[in-house]
Design a protein around this ligand. Structure first.
Ligand code: CO
Ligand code: ZN
Length: 337
C-alpha cells in the first residue's frame, strides 16, 4: 500500500490532465479486469462482469492545481485556482508543470494577510522576460504542488494529492485482492475533474448506468488543534459518509455499510462533512436516481501541499470495500427505506 501510495501521490495530475495517473493505474490493475476502457472525458473504467445489479465504485484521479492566466513582460506568471485552493496555502510553495518545470509562488507587497488574494499572487519560473518565459510555458498551462511522499515514524503518511490518490490506492489494492466469482457486476471508475465539480463522475454514471454508486475519497477531520467541530479523527477507521454538500447517502446503503463493518469487525466512523462534495454527488443524481454512498479516508490538511492520512485507515478502507463487494447488495425498491 505504501509503495502504491507513494507512486500515485507523486504523479502529476491536476484536473483535466490526469493521463499520467490513468496510465499508471491501468498498468497496475488492467490485467485483472474483464475489460478496461476510457470515455471521452478521460475516465478510466475497470470492469468485472457479473449478474445484475451493477455497482459503480468511483475514486477521482485529479488533484487540485493552478492554471496560468497571464505572462507579464518580466516573465512572471499570473494564476487562477483549479479546485478549492487558498492563496495563503500557495504562497512560498513550489509548483510543478507537466514538463517538469518548477516555479515558486510568491505575492506582491501586502500590509495585511487579508490582502492576500489571487490577483496578488504570481509564479516565478526564473525567466527574465515574457519571451523567455514563453519558451517554457503558455497561457492555460497547468501546474500542481511539488512535494515528495513521506512516511513519518509511526503509522502516518504525508503527501500532496492524498486527495484523492489515497482513494485510488484503496481501489487498486481492492482490485488486486478481488476474488471471483463476484455476486454482482462491479465497475471501478477512476474519474477525472472531480475538483472542478464532480464532472467525470457525471459522465461515468451516465455512460455505465449503475444500479448503485459508491465514491471512495478523503474527508476532513476534527482532531487537530482548535479545528472545526467534526466527529472524524485520523486513525479511528474509515468513515461511512452520512452527508456532505453534494449527497445524502441512501439510508439503505448506509445501513448496509455499517452492518458489513460490524460483521467484519472493522472500526468505522460516521461522517457528516459540512463543506465539500464527492463523486457520489454526481452519481446519485444520474438518470432517475442511483442509491449511492461514500467510503471516506480521514485526512488532515486537505487541499494543502502536505495532506496526512493514517495507514490503518487505508488498510481498513480496503478491508471494508472488499467485504462490501463479496456480498449481494440489498435490493432497493421504490419507497423502501
Ligand atoms: Co479535493
Ligand atoms: Zn477528493
Amino acid at each position: 500500500m505504501e509503495k502504491i501510495l507513494k507512486t500515485l501521490t507523486e504523479l502529476y495530475g491536476p484536473s483535466g490532465e490526469e493521463e499520467t495517473v490513468r496510465e499508471k493505474i491501468l498498468e497496475l490493475v488492467g490485467k485483472r479486469a474483464d475489460s478496461t476502457f476510457t470515455d471521452q472525458l478521460g475516465n478510466l473504467f475497470v470492469l468485472f462482469r457479473g449478474n445484475a445489479p451493477k455497482i459503480l465504485i468511483s475514486a477521482h484521479m485529479d488533484e487540485i492545481g493552478i492554471i496560468v492566466t497571464n505572462i507579464d513582460e518580466n516573465g512572471f506568471l499570473r494564476l487562477a485556482p483549479l479546485g478549492g485552493l487558498s492563496p495563503s496555502i500557495l504562497t512560498g510553495q513550489r509548483l510543478r508543470f507537466k514538463s517538469g518545470l518548477i516555479g515558486l509562488v510568491y505575492h506582491e507587497k501586502i500590509n495585511d494577510l487579508k490582502e492576500l488574494t489571487w490577483p496578488k499572487l504570481y509564479l516565478d519560473i526564473g525567466q527574465k522576460s515574457r519571451s523567455e518565459a514563453e519558451k517554457v510555458v503558455a497561457i492555460g498551462d497547468l501546474a500542481c504542488f511539488d512535494q515528495p511522499f513521506v512516511s513519518v515514524p509511526g503509522s502516518r503518511f504525508l503527501a500532496k494529492a492524498m486527495d484523492n490518490r489515497a482513494g485510488c490506492a484503496v481501489l487498486v489494492e481492492t482490485i488486486s485482492g478481488l476474488k471471483r466469482p463476484l455476486p454482482q457486476e462491479v465497475c471501478f471508475v477512476f474519474s477525472v475533474q472531480e475538483e472542478l465539480g464532480l464532472r467525470g463522475a457525471k459522465t461515468a454514471a451516465f455512460g455505465y448506468e449503475p444500479d448503485y454508486g459508491l465514491a471512495v475519497d478523503v474527508t476532513r477531520v476534527g482532531d487537530t488543534p482548535k479545528a472545526d467541530n467534526m466527529a472524524v479523527s485520523l486513525g479511528l477507521g474509515p468513515a461511512i459518509k452520512v452527508k456532505d454538500s453534494s449527497v445524502i447517502t441512501h439510508p439503505l446503503i448506509r445501513r448496509f455499510m455499517v452492518d458489513q463493518a460490524k460483521n467484519l469487525n472493522i472500526d468505522y466512523q460516521l461522517e457528516v462533512l459540512e463543506r465539500g462534495g464527492t463523486d457520489a454527488g454526481a452519481i446519485h443524481l444520474s438518470r432517475a436516481g442511483v442509491p449511492s454512498g461514500a467510503l471516506s479516508i480521514p485526512c488532515r490538511y486537505v487541499h494543502t501541499p502536505s495532506e496526512m492520512v493514517d495507514s490503518a485507515d487505508l488498510e481498513n478502507a480496503v478491508n471494508l470495500l472488499s467485504g462490501l463487494l463479496r456480498v449481494p447488495w440489498p435490493a432497493v425498491t421504490e419507497g423502501h427505506l
